[in-house]
Design a protein around this ligand. Structure first.
Ligand SMILES: Cc1ncc(COP(=O)(O)O)c(C=O)c1O
Length: 455
């Protein structure tokens, strides 16, 4: 669809910025227009001559600004047709140049969130909207999930070696909603958790007034004696685990430990909840799915494999448990909007290709950041086989102090203590490798400046 001259003039009104050269100011105004939705992506721009007339500048200035935007990926031009606007890759990484000079602002790595595969995502939304009419013929009252989506998720488990029927799947608005529903429904008085673990899971469990007992996990793995002690302390309650590329350590639980966990959970009558949000981010050249821990309720999500904004996750368990969870009054409010579920169907249907791309990007970025930080004796880390982050043990600093200095220099990172159910991990830092390599160069520079020199 075309962007008309008057739409453009309105969207770019006030684009001239005193003290900023016209080319940079125009490029900046277009970027901002795309980012805040005033200018539609996919929209075709008027011809250069018309643009120049509308904006009251020379054609040469328009051409120069378009060249800058084209090089950055905001404008796409095919021989012989109009230029169209796009979301540049850097914007999809949420690190868009916001200033008129195109500089990247603060790098926010407090969350390990990969960017959306924006072209595939937009195409999936269009397809989903195209066939959403049938939803409007229904009441729109949330149930366990769209039959099509439950069947697709069940099929993916089955292909992954865990035979699953659609009625064993309950769709939620992401993994956190899945855990929130389980907490609200089971009301565990006690829970065993990894130290460190995903901090939002800790928040949900604490919010449910659950008494927590922790067991250590390091980049090298889990200690079964500690698991036994924590499971004993939480007997009759719940255990929350992330055995596949654990967030934040990246550790992958060995098969023997998985069997021990299942035995200990049965012995102490614990409901095992295994969060598999990161399971598919296996960054080895030949990914090998690990065996499941028997008897566990599984939580899944599209947040890391597709995009955090999709808000589609699920619980997989025995059909009787799923039916019981469906009757919980919170299952409706915590379910995913039907249209979002249709988008998820579209995306999961070409999920393998998206996942291959996601893994390849993350592998390259992990190796790049590891290469930049390796050999510096101010920190130690193990290169993880999967996941989204490096887990650094600092040798010269407390992590909160280093994070404060990095923040003053334009980098936001999360100190390890946020991932602890107790007061430990003050020497640790989670460093996501989710952004593109050019941004990771800056991350390593800032970290290098922020960390105290070793003596
Ligand atoms: C283990 C784990 N579970 C859940 C989530 C978030 O899932 P969602 O966005 O689906 O609520 C994350 C994100 O960092 C995570 O690492």
């Amino acid at each position: 669809m075309r962007i008309t001259e008057s739409q453009l003039a309105e969207a770019l009104s006030g684009w001239r910025t005193p003290g900023i050269p016209l080319i940079a100011a125009l490029a900046s105004a277009v970027r901002e227009g795309v980012l805040d939705g005033r200018l539609r992506t996919g929209g075709a721009l008027p011809a250069e001559r018309r643009l120049a007339a509308v904006l009251g500048i020379s054609r040469g200035t328009v051409i120069a600004a378009l060249t800058v935007l084209r090089d950055e990926g905001w404008v796409h031009t095919r021989q012989g047709s109009a230029s169209t606007l796009r979301l540049a890759p850097v914007a999809a990484e949420r690190l868009a140049p916001r200033s008129a000079t195109g500089e990247i602002g603060v790098i926010d790595l407090r969350r390990a969130v990969p960017a959306a595969p924006h072209a595939a995502y937009q195409a999936a939304m269009t397809r989903a909207i195209g066939r959403s009419g049938v939803l409007l013929a229904q009441e729109g009252i949330p149930g366990p999930g769209l039959p099509e989506l439950r069947a697709l998720i069940a099929q993916r488990y089955t292909e992954d070696g865990l035979a699953t029927r659609p009625e064993q799947v309950l769709v939620t608005s992401g993994a956190r909603s899945a855990l929130a529903l389980l907490c609200a429904h089971l009301r565990p008085r006690a829970a065993a958790v990894e130290v460190p673990t995903y901090f939002e899971a800790l928040g949900l469990l604490r919010g449910a007034s659950t008494r927590l007992s922790g067991f250590r996990v390091t980049s090298e793995g889990w200690d079964t004696d500690q698991i036994a002690a924590a499971f004993h302390a939480a007997r009759g309650g719940l255990a929350y685990l992330t055995p596949d590329f654990q967030n934040p350590t990246g550790a992958l639980m060995e098969s023997a430990t998985r069997r021990t966990v299942a035995d200990l959970a049965a012995r102490h009558r614990l409901t095992l909840v295994v969060d598999e949000t990161v399971r598919d981010l296996d960054l080895r050249e030949e990914p090998v799915p690990a065996p499941r821990i028997e008897g566990a309720l599984l939580i899944g999500s599209t947040s890391k494999t597709v995009w955090g904004g999709l808000r589609v996750g699920w619980i997989r368990g025995p059909s009787a448990v799923i039916a019981e969870l469906c009757r919980d009054p919170l299952s409706g409010p915590l379910s995913a909007a039907p249209v979002q579920q249709l988008v998820a169907v579209e995306l999961l249907s070409d999920g393998d290709e998206l996942l291959r791309q996601r893994r390849a990007d993350l592998r390259r970025r992990r190796d790049h950041l590891s290469g930049l930080l390796m050999g510096d004796n101010r920190w130690r880390f193990t290169i993880p086989d999967g996941g989204l982050a490096l887990w650094l043990r600092l040798t010269t600093d407390r992590a909160d102090e280093l994070a404060a200095r990095a923040r003053a220099d334009g980098l936001e990172i999360t100190p390890g203590s946020r991932f602890a159910a107790d007061t430990t991990l003050t020497q640790y830092l989670r460093l996501p490798f989710t952004p593109p390599t050019a941004v990771l160069d800056r991350v390593a520079d800032i970290l290098g400046r922020a960390a105290r020199q070793s003596t």
